[in-house]
Design a protein around this ligand. Structure first.
Ligand SMILES: NC(=O)C1=CN([C@@H]2O[C@H](COP(=O)(O)OP(=O)(O)OC[C@H]3O[C@@H](n4cnc5c(N)ncnc54)[C@H](O)[C@@H]3O)[C@@H](O)[C@H]2O)C=CC1
Ligand SMILES: O=C(CO)[C@H](O)[C@H](O)COP(=O)(O)O
Length: 300
């Protein structure tokens, strides 16, 4: 199979590598020439622009977008549109808002799959978890690629119609915020509590058989190992927040109570005052663990 990949950053490069590893061909484009060169070094065919990419893909194009959510997706689709027909399939693997995905699916000629992607750059070796929305035929036609990018056949599924993939990923991120908040609070109590504890050892012990073991907890263990028991100069400033905000907005609209997710989001916003709260400093470091997002550091 041949796949066009547009957006070759932390996530897009993994899509390229995994699809190539599975024996497929990739045509790659990014606004950043260095990113295109990296993909070419990995074995992809570099494209000069989106027209060149479309031409190289020929009939029945299969295209994966891994650009930042928002304007970059609309700009890419606008430029691709003259080259697309109803036989083509475009996948948006980024964290787009589900309503934007429904709008895009209705406005382009190609079939459009909204694909929530989880696992982050650190999950490159295992593969991703993919939550996909859109026409069934388009999902089926992309199965070889989804098998390659995900952990395998069990790592992806069609959630339902257009929008449902990004809807499920939005809620996934809300859960991610709440879990990070829960671990952060627990470790904050342990760090400030009655005993002088080795927090890496606590996390490691919990990760071996405890009810609350998880990948995020493994990343807590890694954070204490690499930053130290007191998290060193990791700042109380948790960036991001858009997907959690959307989750809370949707919960309000559906009148579904999500107090933990809301509280985690509120803590994030509260962290922007940087008053040194340990739990939020851990959340800051965990975002590097799972997403390679820049760690905000305290100023000397
Ligand atoms: N980093 C993570 O843990 C995860 C990220 N995502 C989502 O995946 C998408 C990509 O994220 P990352 O790879 O982390 O971002 P990134 O910033 O590392 O890479 C984005 C790439 O897109 C390129 N780009 C931007 N506008 C473009 C355009 N108009 N045409 C072509 N290329 C363009 C940039 O030059 C850059 O190479 C985002 O929607 C993000 O929210 C989803 C799951 C996890
Ligand atoms: O989707 C992700 C992980 O599942 C991305 O890492 C996303 O950036 C996380 O959200 P935020 O930036 O708000 O922390």
């Amino acid at each position: 199979m041949q796949l066009g990949v547009i957006g070759l950053g932390r996530m897009g490069q993994i899509v390229v590598d995994r699809v190539l590893d599975a024996g497929h061909d990739v045509v790659a484009f990014d606004l950043d020439a260095e990113a295109v060169a990296t993909a070419a070094d990995a074995g992809a065919t570099p494209a000069e622009d989106l027209g060149d990419l479309a031409e190289r893909l020929g009939e029945e194009k299969r295209i994966w977008l891994m650009v930042p959510a928002g304007e970059a997706v609309d700009a890419t689709l606008e430029e691709l549109e003259p080259h697309l027909t109803a036989d083509d399939v475009v996948v948006d693997g980024g964290n787009s808002h589900f309503e934007a995905s429904v709008r895009r699916a209705e406005s382009i000629d190609a079939a459009y799959l909204d694909c929530g992607t989880s696992g982050g750059p650190a999950g490159a070796e295992l593969g991703f978890s993919l939550m996909i929305g859109g026409p069934e035929w388009a999902y089926e036609s992309m199965t070889p690629v989804f098998d390659a990018v995900a952990t395998g056949p069990a790592g992806h599924d069609r959630m339902g119609p257009s929008g449902s993939g990004h809807y499920v990923k939005m809620v996934h991120n809300g859960v991610e915020y709440a879990l990070m908040q829960a671990y952060g609070e627990g470790f904050e109590l342990l760090a400030n509590g009655r005993y002088d504890l080795d927090l890496e050892s606590v996390a490691r012990t919990w990760n071996n058989g405890a009810v609350i073991r998880s990948w995020l907890l493994e990343l807590c263990e890694e954070a204490f190992r690499e930053e130290g028991n007191d998290l060193g100069d990791v700042a109380d400033h948790v960036a991001g927040g858009s997907t959690g905000t959307w989750t809370v907005q949707e919960a309000l609209e559906q009148e579904v109570p999500v107090p933990l997710i809301y509280q985690a989001l509120a803590e994030r916003f509260g962290s922007r005052a940087d008053d040194g709260r340990f739990g939020r400093r851990l959340a800051n470091r965990l975002r590097y663990g799972f997403g390679r997002h820049e760690v905000q550091r305290r100023e000397e």
